[in-house]
Write a protein that binds this ligand. Sequence first.
Ligand SMILES: [Zn+2]
Length: 165
Amino acid sequence: MKDKEYISEDGVFKLRVTQSCLDQIKDFCKASPGKETGGIMFGQYLDNHSIASILVISGPPKDSKRTQFSFVRGKAGVQKLVDDNWAEGGYYLGEWHYHPNASPEPSSQDIKQLHKIARDRRFNCPEPIMLIIGGKPGNFSINILLSNSGGELIKYYEHEFNNPG
Ligand SMILES: [Zn+2]
């Protein structure tokens, strides 16, 4: 199966998401009808940091707060996840969450949260990625955003690129 590739609207950032990660995200969404859900994305930077590659995703920590219109990711077990990924060479790359039966456009809260992660040194991720999946099983759509080092919100578009990684 083929991985999905994206490029930022300014052409600076490239992103690859494995088909397996996308399938896992969709499975979490299917298991959460009518309620937002989400988790963390881990992976690697390739090609001299020009490409972020999402290789591992996690589901909602047990203490997450999930409603129809909001998802506040909990912290239970997160440090262990971060440590385990780190031991395997995996970096924290950002967060994903689900907008059930709705568009994957970010809410103002989503945008605030993304900028907050960018500024929070504990995440050690100055340019975090947010993947939002909207819709429902059989009709999902994906939106990907990044907060760049200048604090701007950058949108990604699906785009195939060639690289040695
Ligand atoms: Zn949202």
